[in-house]
Design a protein around this ligand. Sequence first.
Ligand code: AHG
Ligand code: MN
Ligand code: MN
Ligand code: MN
Length: 327
Amino acid sequence: MAKLTTLEEFIVDRQQEFPYASGELSGLLSSIVLASKVVNREINKAGLVDITGSAGEENVQGEEQQKLDVYANEKFQAALESLGEVCGVASEEDDDFVAFKSKEALNGKYVVLTDPLDGSSNIDVNVSIGTIFSIYRRQSEPGKPAELRDFLQKGTEQIAAGYVIYGSSTMLVYSTGHGVNGFTLDPSLGTYYLSHPDLKTPSNGKIYSINEGNIQLCEKGVQDYVEKCQDEKKPHKARYIGSLVADFHRNLLKGGIYLYPATTKAKNGKLRLLYECNPLAFIAEQAGGRATDGHQRIMEIEPKELHQRTPYFIGSEQMVKDLEACL
Ligand code: AHG
Ligand code: MN
Ligand code: MN
Ligand code: MN
């Protein structure tokens, strides 16, 4: 059997692809990896310990926070703060960005944006959930606290992005802009191994993923596209988990399109540009796919606020183009 490559070996191998100091990227990724293992451990115990259910608070998105939302948020923030390369983080679960205060962190050159627990309504029913992260170079002067402008950067400025999926196995998928690679966690060893090298998504697919309960609230173009997916001569497969990471991951591997359009109730859709849409758009494009809000490439949208939402269509290039033609 060929020798398995660990994530750590892989990062060292590919250091030269990173345009900045090589140790910084491995530090950043290893903090994220460590936090993901801690979160993974707790998720696997959910049901046995008192970690499922609501935390009793609402987050800034107007959603009921789950205990694991809060837990995952704390773990990722703590791991990044202790690293010293990161000057601040912004998260779906916090009202505002957090600027770290320690001397090392004030000099940190990076900011991280994260959806610490994606699909949190699925925790209590044992369905796949995820974590999404996005890394940028800071814009403000090092030595001072991070500023809002460090976080409000276009997706094209991402230097790395990725996600962890806590599924039938736990996987970490990331890109630094040189293709996409996927790693699977061996839980007995606590080690991620390269399992999906140089991931490419099929240019066309047969899966469409949308919350069809909202279809009457969507614009006509979206309704027309979904109707085409249901053509009796060649029907597509409808697959919708309700965890963006899991729906995206399946479609990335098999070929498909994920749609979260604007509705009459939510005029910008539901998904968050900075924590969900940009990082997965970066992965999709690096794998040969496409991501749009229907009119504009997702990664070229100029963010105006941290928790900004956007309509979102992402997946196989041909399917996204066919959707765009309907709008
Ligand atoms: P989160 O759990 O991070 O708040 O994200 C929820 C998102 C996303 O994961 C999922 O695809 C979508 O909400 C599902 O929304 P609907 O229930 O409206 O379909
Ligand atoms: Mn949420
Ligand atoms: Mn989410
Ligand atoms: Mn979330």
